[in-house]
Design a binder for this molecule. Sequence first.
Ligand SMILES: NC(=O)c1ccc[n+]([C@@H]2O[C@H](COP(=O)([O-])OP(=O)(O)OC[C@H]3O[C@@H](n4cnc5c(N)ncnc54)[C@H](OP(=O)(O)O)[C@@H]3O)[C@@H](O)[C@H]2O)c1
Length: 293
Amino acid sequence: MDKQIILGTGLNGLVGSKFVSDFADHYQFDNLDLRDSQRPVDITNQEQVDRVIAQSKAKFLIHFAAFTNVTAAFEQKEDKKGLCYQVNVEGTRNIALACQKFNKQLIHISTAYVFDGQKETLYTEEDLLSPIEWYGQTKAWAEEIVQATDNLTWTILRIDQPFRSDPFPKLDVAWKLIKGMRAGKIHPQFSDHFFGPSYIDDFAKVLDAVIRLKLTGLFHATSGEQWTDFAFAQALSQKLKIDYQVEAGSLAKYLKTSQRPYQKNTALSVEKLKSVLDFDLKSINSAISEIRA
Ligand SMILES: NC(=O)c1ccc[n+]([C@@H]2O[C@H](COP(=O)([O-])OP(=O)(O)OC[C@H]3O[C@@H](n4cnc5c(N)ncnc54)[C@H](OP(=O)(O)O)[C@@H]3O)[C@@H](O)[C@H]2O)c1
């Protein structure tokens, strides 16, 4: 049987490439890729986007592509001509409009950085957008564009600090710590900063479920757990048997020396997602045990 065609942006990135490798047997992927030598597509160019999407038989488009360097984004604050705004906001607008015109369901990947991090408990899908830095602001605008596009069938999935079982050229939060600890040096890890690690191998299964079950609407798609940087680094060193004594650090102290705002807590509740999924999400402890380090 022919494999279902899935259109995607950012399928070469940290998160998208895992979905492609894990589900290569199920789907045929068509990447709108800036660096494709045959058919380069810049998502900030509406004509290029429209041309490819118009010709595709795919029913779904997964939009991973983004300007993801949060520190570099901070340097572009308020600059709507800057790459961060152009890719995250205008690029998403082009993708949403093309999906509307050519009748594709848009699965848009977003981030917990749309929140200010002041909430002490897990953020839910009901919580209002409250970004505090430029990357989060551009991703929040992107979400608003997706939701406001008339006659568009959409799914928004928010993740936080994603990590995968295998290493990728752009190191994720887990692999940065693993490589650092193995090399004998990581910074003290904040014990007053909370996040919701997302296991990318599991997130790939969530994407498959969104397609299979035709899920629509806004979902948080992390592990649903809340960790400190310190506890996460300790769990990695213990489970992967890395001989390293992790030191505790303080975000509150660090913020006194940093210009860039940081969200104190970006952990997300996944109760809504769990109520519609047909498989169980892995705990972060089980996910860490699967890391091939
Ligand atoms: N990584 C995180 O910590 C994190 C956390 C929360 C949410 N997210 C979200 O998850 C999604 C995937 O993130 P990621 O870390 O996998 O991203 P990534 O590794 O930085 O990859 C970004 C992808 O976007 C593509 N891209 C950038 N500008 C483009 C343009 N103008 N036209 C076409 N493609 C373009 C890049 O293409 P090239 O390879 O050709 O450059 C690359 O494939 C993003 O939406 C991000 O906001 C990520």
